[in-house]
Design a protein around this ligand. Structure first.
Ligand code: SAM
Length: 327
């Protein structure tokens, strides 16, 4: 039986957070002083694989491995190998900050990973450091090049656009992506988790579009099934993606659930409701109980998420950082 919610949408995509730990400290996600280690009940990778296996049996064909930073997990390559051997997964992808990608790209590809999304908020070393707390821009660029060399394709570069931080770098990002065989996607800053100075840093889709407009070709944008981005053709060839979770919700097309690293299925990024899976995994794995949890999480999907109540100092969903939810 497939996973259809009350609004007729089918769940075909699972984002899997394999760890809430991260080696960066982006100020909007996991700031300094926040360990990311607040959940002692982390699942191990064999338990996560069991959950994925059941999800695939229920019609989920797209899996994204995320975190935290998934490449800090020592078992990530073996985990990719396990998932890539599962019949039924048509799209196996990983989101990373890119800092450890140069070391892992070839092994990940050999283990069966299809593609990577790399988060990259600035091409200026000082800004990169101010956002992430680390001086790792060169390592991220090396990681992107290693991913391309390993044949992980397409490479998507995710840029959270923030006023006064990196909103003047959009053309430079387009050039960088073209030069590195990648595609850039500009993402609206969301008032979630630990997002700081959200209202004053937020740049709307309309403004992002205005800024990239001189680089756009005349052809209309396109939507890709199962993808949250709208893709605009560029004059120089290729496309730029705009992901606008705040100003232009895509809930009607939402096809996803999230598995947090502490064993919760999260029906919607923006709402706190979660289905606890751990009873289905400990002391031993019950496939029936996992399937029931998938059905409960699917039934719990709201028609539309909301960031209601967000202010500059108090994000809408203040209890869980993106690093814990699995961004
Ligand atoms: N470490 C991996 C990475 O860097 O891609 C995966 C996890 S990270 C939480 C996933 C994505 O969430 C990153 O692209 C990050 O920029 C994004 N993110 C975190 N907090 C966000 C927010 N408040 N608004 C928009 N994007 C956010």
């Amino acid at each position: 039986m497939m996973l259809h919610d009350r609004y007729g949408r089918q769940v075909t995509y699972l984002r899997v957070s394999i760890t809430d730990r991260c080696n960066l400290r982006c100020f909007y996600c996991l700031p300094r002083g926040c360990s990311g280690g607040s959940h002692p009940e982390r699942l191990d990778l064999s338990e996560i694989a069991a959950v994925v296996r059941v999800g695939v049996g229920l019609g989920i064909g797209k899996i994204r491995i995320t975190g935290g930073e998934p490449l800090v997990h020592p078992g990530v390559v073996d985990f990719v190998r396990t998932l890539s051997s599962l019949p039924g997964i048509s799209d196996l992808a990983l989101s990373t900050n890119g800092t450890l990608l140069a070391e892992h790209a070839q092994a990940l590809r050999s283990a069966g990973l299809g593609r990577v999304n790399v988060s990259l908020d600035s091409l200026r070393p000082a800004v990169f450091r101010a956002v992430s707390g680390r001086n790792d821009l060169d390592r991220v660029v090396a990681g992107i090049d290693a991913a391309a060399a390993a044949g992980l394709a397409p490479i998507k570069l995710n840029v959270v656009v923030m006023r006064g931080v990196n909103d003047d770098e959009l053309p430079a990002m387009l050039d960088f992506a073209a030069a590195h065989r990648a595609q850039v996607r500009f993402i609206e800053y969301m008032p979630l988790g630990l997002a700081q100075r959200w209202a004053s840093s937020y740049v709307s889709r309309a403004e992002i579009l205005e800024r990239v407009n001189p680089y756009l070709a005349a052809e209309p944008p396109r939507l890709q099934p199962g993808d949250t981005a709208t893709y605009y053709p560029l004059r120089s060839g290729g496309e730029v993606g705009l992901i606008s979770p705040v100003s232009c919700r895509f809930c009607d097309r939402c096809n996803r659930l999230r598995l947090t690293s502490d064993g919760k299925l999260r029906p919607c990024l923006t709402s706190e409701g979660e289905v606890d899976l751990r009873h289905a995994l400990k002391p031993r794995v019950s496939l029936e109980a996992i399937a029931a949890s998938f059905r409960a999480a699917t039934a719990g999907r709201p028609a539309c998420g909301t960031y209601a109540g967000a202010t500059d100092d108090a994000p809408a969903s203040a209890t869980r950082a993106m690093s814990a939810i699995g961004g």
